[in-house]
Design a protein around this ligand. Sequence first.
Ligand SMILES: Nc1nc2c(ncn2[C@@H]2O[C@H](COP(=O)(O)OP(=O)(O)OP(=O)(O)O)[C@@H](O)[C@H]2O)c(=O)[nH]1
Length: 369
Amino acid sequence: MFDGLKNKLKNIQQKFGHSITEAAGPEVVAESPGEPVKTAPESVPEEKPIREGAVRVPEVVPEPPAPEVGKTPESFISRVRSLVIERELVISEKDIEEPLTELQMVLLENDVALDVSDAILAYMKEELVGSHRKIGTSVDNVVALALRRSLLRVLGEGFDLVTYIRNHERPVRILVTGVNGTGKTTSIAKMGHYLRENGFSVVLGAGDTFRAGAIDQIDEHARRLGIKVIQHKEGSDPAAVLFDTVEYAKGHGIDVVLADTAGRFHNRKNLMNQLEKIRRVMKPDLIVYVDEAVAGNDAVVRARDFNDLVGTDAVMLTKADMDPRGGAAISIAQSIGKPIVFLGTGQGYDDIVPFRPAAVVDELLGAEA
Ligand SMILES: Nc1nc2c(ncn2[C@@H]2O[C@H](COP(=O)(O)OP(=O)(O)OP(=O)(O)O)[C@@H](O)[C@H]2O)c(=O)[nH]1
């Protein structure tokens, strides 16, 4: 998952490290981080053997230069200490200008939305510029920590569906929207399976009455999983199907309703109006927008449009297993201000991963970052 971006970020971190180390000057380059600095012991004049009966004549030692007025005299040791051990490098914007530009290029090439890449750069500057790096702390750690914090800020907090359902009145009605062929129906089946594994009962609503074969498709998923599905015939009113599904859930003490809808583009006005009607009739507690991670920036733009037109509470990104870039996963939460709830990571029912921002950053930067 996100392998292309992962490798690029590794290179970028090294570039940041290199620029900061260069800015620190030759003493730092020579020093290996973390190792105690070795200093010469203060020289003690060697005692010359004195012949018996001889009188010791004090040696003439040159006077040390008088300290400037108002300054305390520095011993050799304290001078070394202030130069090497306690010297701090204050990172300036200029020191990291070049790797910052490269970071932005990498983010954009990997489909991170422009406004989100700007935000990440701003956070990186906030984290690094002006920061005092004590000699002895590893530059790599400073950079990795800054990148980690910056990514976490754009990824938001995620959304824990299990906790949401536990704390919510039943049945919890979840309406699933999205464009054609992005994996919406498969994702509904995966969510149903995941929720059952977490102890909830589930009913599916076959609300895609528009596409030929869609009802059979969800019916087949439901059969394989042993989950009840409510369906009418092809071409019927989806709002009526989903109303019936909610009624069934109420009548049978079911915890969660998962409502499928026909895939639609945001510019198909009649289909968007239909979604608005479904919303009025079914009164969803949550609207989950499904799109594919591989669509990159297009997914971000579509998610924003769906959010503006019918509302969105959370996003599920499918096909993350096929996405080397990770741009949509990084951008969506910050771009539309709604969390990602799940990633789809394959075609099996178990290939669904709750989106945990810290785990995604671990994946991108390596867990030790
Ligand atoms: N690799 C991979 N494939 C997926 C994932 N999720 C769904 N798919 C596949 O994507 C294809 C389309 O999935 P569907 O569930 O039919 O898509 P849909 O959005 O319901 O399609 P419409 O009903 O036309 O809107 C299927 O072949 C799925 O197996 C995923 O996370 N990873």
